[in-house]
Design a protein around this ligand. Sequence first.
Ligand code: ARG
Length: 441
Amino acid sequence: MTNTTDFLASFSFDKRLALYDIAGSIAHVKMLGKCSIIPAKDAQKIATALQVIAKEIKTGKKLKAQEDIHFAIEQELIRKIGENTAGKLRTARSRNDQVALDVRLYLKDKIKETICLITEFQKTIIKKAKENEGKLIPGFTHLQPAEPVLYSHYILSYAWMLHRDKERLIDCYTRVDVMPLGSAALAGTSFPIDRKYTAKLLDFSKVSNNSMDSVSDRDFVIEFISAASIIMMHLSRLSEEIITWLNPSFNYIEIADEFTSGSSIMPQKRNPDIAELIRGKTGRVYGALVNILTLMKALPLTYNRDMQEDKPPLFDTVDTLTASLEIANAMLASVKVKTLSKEQIKTGFSIATELANFLVRKGLPFLEAHAIVKIIVDEYRKTDTELENLTASELKKYSKYFDSGAENILSAKNTASIKISYGGSSVKSVRAQIAELTKLI
Ligand code: ARG
């Protein structure tokens, strides 16, 4: 039977905040000493003992379990310097502002780490885009062959998604970077504390403006998980591309063996399990978002114990996101793009649009050009012949405007390289994108 002590406890998961909790306490006690709220020599003694505890944790010492990390560190401090001195650390502070501080310190670090992981991933995409310059791959709409594009252009689209993901994190960071300590339980404190000094010691840009808001607010956690959900959605879509491209019916790429698994029954199988798991783990992060939104909904101000439940979804999101970014990066780095056959690239008459554009350049309205090319496509589809084999004289049967120049259009390579519009799938555009991204990351 679960007892109430176990039910109340958060130590099993909030112990990962230990070093942040200690950093917060050191700053707090230094401020108490500087403002003469406690004797300077006591402040010094407490800060030194806390530094020793931090060092011990870093070298692998396990804290004795308590209800939560805040009590665990306090108990360790009492063991080291006794209750009379250690007890002064509680002055002008509550666990309510303490936990809000710890989570903010933790998240500031994690956002910075996530941004670095995204940058690494973007570098891989750029490297692969350069390596594979000129390689063609079918572009789809509705998962039906639409127009051939450059593989580099295809994967660079993910570098741009990741760029926006990074912008969202940077924006979120500005709201995490606000120091709540000094709000005490909910109303502030009657001691003459110097919150700006504490914020400076902890490298916060701002101090929160309302003590009740400070101990109640978990918007910043929601915002981070929401940004993480969007990143996971992008990784999931990239995984889906890889899964599709690996399917033998498509057969566009190879990936390193470590990113596939065999089947216990079908010896021939090479399943894209890693990509599938990134796609699957996206659900965990969305779940975390719904979890925390539901947790906070309708909570009265200020702190409620419900809020202790913010940490499992947050930590799980950080772990899942970190692992997924690392693995997706390594997986994409291992992708070898095949040189696709004409049949693979042009499946589904994907050069038809450019044939219609040819007629438009001769003066026909696009609507009419579209209708003419549709007749050609319908006819050739019946006989299963690719458009590429058409000659100018055969084309002339459908429109007098077709001449020998139209034959150039019929090559998939030309179809991709003439997409010279800004942001299109031409080599020139790919190079411009790489230059722009290199400046941005
Ligand atoms: N373990 C608690 C949490 O994570 C710390 C704050 C407890 N505050 C309180 N008033 N009981 O939320």
